[in-house]
Design a protein around this ligand. Structure first.
Ligand code: B16
Ligand code: MG
Length: 208
């Protein structure tokens, strides 16, 4: 048996724009302007690690209580954007690709750093396609550690070498390669240099 493991943000849906807006507001509280360029470094990175980076860029240190309060508030703001999402937010070609994989009896898993992965898949109306969901609630080590993909393969009962990972972040591509899986980059070949193949999106994969 063969399996596909999908990252969420940047692969299935563009939630990065919502993470950006929510983190930008937090940064502004410290007089720090989060740029799109710096935001690239937050892709695939956990909530706690993202806040640590932002506070570092802003040059401030806060108590652990304040840290938790900022992370909680950012997430509430982020979820207010997620709340408005629907099927139309699924990136082009994704649904057709999932349907095709289902028909071909290919195992389907999610391997995301997000602790909000389940409600997002529900809002998009595609949660039923996934045989296995491994998200930020299930892992102790963040990408580039391969833990999230290794757990997904184990839960699917598929050998790592038979898994194909779809990822938009460099850390995620590295995680897939370390796990001995095939890594398909979604994005630009200039950025995802370690990927086995890179496509602009699932429409491009379907049309190859
Ligand atoms: P949450 P992915 C990642 O999702 C995002 O790319 C990253 O920006 C975010 O900080 C992380 O999830 C955690 O998200 O705050 O919802 O737990 O690309 O791994 O699907
Ligand atoms: Mg991603």
């Amino acid at each position: 048996m063969k399996a596909y493991i999908f990252d969420l943000d940047g692969v299935i849906v563009d939630t990065a724009k919502f993470h950006f807006l929510a983190w930008k507001k937090i940064g502004e509280e410290f007089g720090f302007e989060l740029t799109h360029e710096l935001n690239e470094q937050l892709k695939g990175v956990s909530r706690v690690d993202s806040l640590t980076k932002i506070l570092g860029w802003a040059g401030v240190s806060v108590s652990s209580e304040k840290f938790d309060e900022l992370a909680t508030r950012k997430n509430a703001d982020y979820l207010s954007y997620v709340e408005k999402m629907n099927e139309n937010d699924i990136l082009p070609g994704v649904k057709t690709f999932l349907e095709k994989a289902k028909k071909e009896n290919i195992g389907i898993a999610l391997g995301s750093a997000s602790k909000n992965a389940r409600p997002i898949l529900q809002k998009l109306g595609i949660i039923s396609y996934f045989d296995v969901i491994v998200d930020g609630n299930d892992v102790t080590k963040a990408k580039p550690d391969p833990e999230v993909f290794v757990i997904a393969a184990q839960k699917l009962g598929v050998d790592n070498e038979k898994c194909v990972v779809f990822e938009d972040s460099e850390a995620g591509i590295q995680a897939a390669k370390t796990a001995g899986m095939k890594a398909i980059g979604i994005g630009s070949p200039e950025v995802l240099t370690q990927a086995d193949e890179v496509f602009s999106g699932f429409d491009a994969i379907l049309n190859q």
